[in-house]
Design a protein around this ligand. Structure first.
Ligand code: ZN
Length: 478
């Protein structure tokens, strides 16, 4: 049998971070009492007219600019017709042609050090459906329309992804970018970032795509990985037995770790798309778009380049640039003390692992802020604190948010930097060990380490040994 390879495309739904819904002023807050955040528009009452949310439009355009898409000056909303108990209009208001954004791409750093570009086909806006709540005991289903009308963007990739690993890396990078630029809150457990996976197999090297299955509504990176692995195996099994792969919509059962068929896959024409007559075309003036562009933070490649120019190692730079909140933390610390390399290595070795260990979702939750980290970096750079002390004391400072200058000094752990203080100790050592001092003066180099040892002992380990050595040499040879 020919060797097959997977071809994967993703459709990601991200909920836009707006206070109100896409076409009415009902709040988008999560977790409210069922059917309290609703009105005549989002429950599809006859005659109720939608009104476009400008902030949603701005966020969708922001996502497009950040992903290098072309943002269309004019786009159109259409009705996507289907019946669902939690879809009160009987249609979803979505965009078919033209969508707000077309094209674009996202670059991924892969584990083997290579960079992969995943192209985007389009980004369009649409509203979300409500939710059906199934009461298993009573055998009843309730409909909650609080979510109906919540603004979403759907980001559709080209089928450029070749493995479960790449798919997960792409989603993580996309999620981190969209959260960073404030397009979405991205809380996956609340369904604010979820993804459909299109997957087919084709003979290695062949340009012809096979029949694809579409796995719906995955809301965790882990499930995406598992579902793709399972589906690759399932489709490979069908090919090996000479059985056809059916074009169908699949559901991933995370408890069993397998996909199962929901329905045969529908095509665009099944939805009878037509322009939504209640909404005018969406127009984005060029000045408005230019303003959005100015407000955008640097892209990931730009951040990486900037950190690289500050002298950070590649791994450190990507660690800091990709972790939400870490770059802002780093920038604040560097603003307070311009020691980027030291700050980056403290973040890599101590701070970020401590955040992880403490199970913090965002590093801004840490009591130990960027100013404190900058102080620790400064103490280390000027030799007042050694690596060992920093490492040993970090957990305590991190937990309490203590000021390292005060904390380490109080504990007597800062090294003596003051030449006068060290000199006093050196004179005392020379008085106690005149013989050794003389033999060093006579050229016996190795006695120096003995004398430095005595200085360290007398200063209870607080003298900087390098500095003590230099001063000893100076004083003895005077
Ligand atoms: Zn409403």
């Amino acid at each position: 049998m020919e060797k097959m390879e997977p071809v994967i495309g993703l459709e990601i739904h991200a909920q836009l971070k707006t206070r109100t819904k896409l076409f009415c002023s009902c709040p988008t807050e999560f977790g409210a009492e069922p059917n309290t955040n609703i009105c005549e528009v989002c429950t599809g009452q006859p005659g109720a007219l939608p009104r476009m949310n400008g902030e949603a439009l701005r966020l969708a355009a922001t996502a497009g600019l950040a992903l290098g898409s072309r943002v269309n000056a004019t786009s159109l909303f259409s009705r996507k017709n289907y019946f669902y108990p939690d879809l009160p209009n009987g249609f979803q208001t979505s965009q078919l042609d033209p969508p707000i954004c077309e094209g674009g791409s996202l670059e991924l750093g892969l584990e083997d050090g290579t960079v992969k570009t995943v192209r985007l086909n389009r980004i369009h806006m649409e509203d979300d459906a409500g939710k059906c709540l199934h009461d298993e005991r009573g055998g009843v289903t309730f409909v909650d329309l609080n979510r109906a009308g919540t603004p979403l963007i759907e980001i559709v990739t080209e089928p450029d992804i070749a493995s479960a690993k790449e798919a997960v890396a792409f989603l993580k990078a996309l999620h981190s970018l969209l959260v960073r630029i404030g397009v979405t809150t991205g809380r996956m457990e609340e369904g604010e970032f979820r993804c459909d996976v299109n997957i087919s197999l084709k003979p290695v090297g062949s340009a012809k795509l096979g029949v694809r299955g579409e796995i719906k509504n995955l809301n965790s990176f882990r499930f995406v990985g598992q579902a793709i692995e399972y589906e690759i195996q399932r489709q490979t099994g069908l090919y090996e037995q000479g059985l056809p792969v059916l074009q169908e919509t699949l559901h991933f059962d995370s408890a069993k770790g397998e996909t199962r068929s929901l329905r045969s896959k529908e095509e665009a024409h099944d939805y009878r798309y037509f322009p939504q007559p209640d909404l005018p075309p969406v127009r984005i003036p060029p000045e408005w778009l230019a303003d959005i562009g100015k407000g955008l933070p640097e892209t990931l490649p730009e951040s990486l380049a900037r950190l690289g120019a500050l002298g950070l190692k590649e791994a450190q730079a990507s660690l800091i640039a990709e972790r939400p909140g870490a770059l802002a933390f780093f920038d604040k610390a560097v603003e307070a003390y311009p020691g980027p390399k030291r700050i980056a290595s403290l973040m890599e070795e101590l701070f970020l692992p401590a955040c992880q260990k403490a199970g913090m979702a965002g590093i801004t939750d840490a009591a130990f802020g960027p100013i404190m980290l900058s102080k620790l970096a400064k103490l280390m750079d000027d030799g007042s604190v050694g690596r060992r002390v920093a490492k040993e004391q970090f957990a305590e400072m991190f937990a309490s948010g203590a000021d390292p200058e005060v904390f380490l000094k109080d504990k007597g752990l800062t090294q003596l930097q003051d030449a006068g203080a060290i000199e006093g100790i050196i004179r005392e050592v020379l008085q106690r060990h005149p013989k050794e001092a003389q033999s060093f003066k006579d050229g016996e180099e190795k006695v120096l380490s003995f004398l430095v040892g005595q200085v360290m002992k007398l200063s209870s380990g607080r003298a900087d040994p390098r500095k003590a050595g230099e001063l000893l040499r100076e004083i003895i040879n005077k």
